[in-house]
Design a protein around this ligand. Sequence first.
Ligand code: SF4
Length: 378
Amino acid sequence: MRYIKPHYYDEFNCVAENCPDTCCAGWQIVIDEEALEKYGDVKGEFGERLKASIDWNEGTFRQNNRRCCFLNERNLCDLYTQLGEEALCKTCTMYPRHVEEFADLREYSLSLSCPAAAKIILECQEPTRFSVYENDEPDELEEEFEDFDYLMFTQLEDGREVIFNILQNRQMDMRKRMALVLEMAKKMQSCVDEQRLFDVDEVIEAYRKQQGEAESLSEENMAGKTYFSRCKEFSLLLRLERLRDEWSQLLESAWKILYEKGEKDYLVLKEEFDKEVGYQSKQKEAWSVLAEQLMMFFVYTYFCGAVYDDQIYSKMALAVFCTEWIEELVMARWALQGKNITKEDYIQISYRLAREIEHSDVNLNLLEEWLEKEMEER
Ligand code: SF4
């Protein structure tokens, strides 16, 4: 079995009661079969509380005001306190560690939705590296991968390596890097859609050779997005299922600040923001590193998942859109705070967006559908 993890993976430590948020609120925690069986056997007063706190039909913990019913007022877990770490179900033990399974490969990542993980990811200045290691462990899930598409997966892995190199080319403007990888994913998608599978390799090689330049970019892709496309894209966020109240407030206030007053005001604000904080400012390198780390995170976590649904373009578009949405939300926060912003704001906005998107299948599906349609229209 082969394993991959980003270099910062082992730096994670839960900050528990010092967490500015909690992972035990706002979403349903699904309990695995083994833990359910264990919980059914717990005796005494706590055993009674435990049994009454589980929705046995759904296999989830019940909630009070959208908080897990074991989460106490100090944001600590009563189940952990009473029964110890080994009593936690798989979801609670793993989070924010995440694993993607591909035949004989396991890819580990930290979820951006955890504040402590988001801090590690976004405070990292050096380019993300990945460690790969192998062992002789047999693949317990071998049967599940009988129909695994090895050819496509190899192409996705090769393509992702080129994409990583482009995204980490700090000589190139970050917006160009994003446009370039989106264009590459679009070309790979066209090959797959037209069943020209061997042409995917040619696309990958072409981008591998010119990854130091952005000559291949069409003018349309290099032109910054218009006010109208920003509005259209942001309004999609407003239409998604919302898991947290604070997310609703963040979105609605950003909409008012950025888009409600019209194109002229938006462009003035954007220009000022870019010069003060963003891609045209004195700290443009630091601003670009944040976008690079976000893009690396989204691409590493999701891109190769296209082996299961053939949706290469929408995986890449999701990475680009999420990064740009975070940048737009940061701009709104900057305007709201009297033209002032900190890295903590950036981290907070990133984990809030990740919470709403990464942990809602409804939202992920809606976004992918919209992005697929968007590609057809382009
Ligand atoms: S969100 Fe992250 S840091 Fe906060 S309690 Fe959960 S695992 Fe710990």
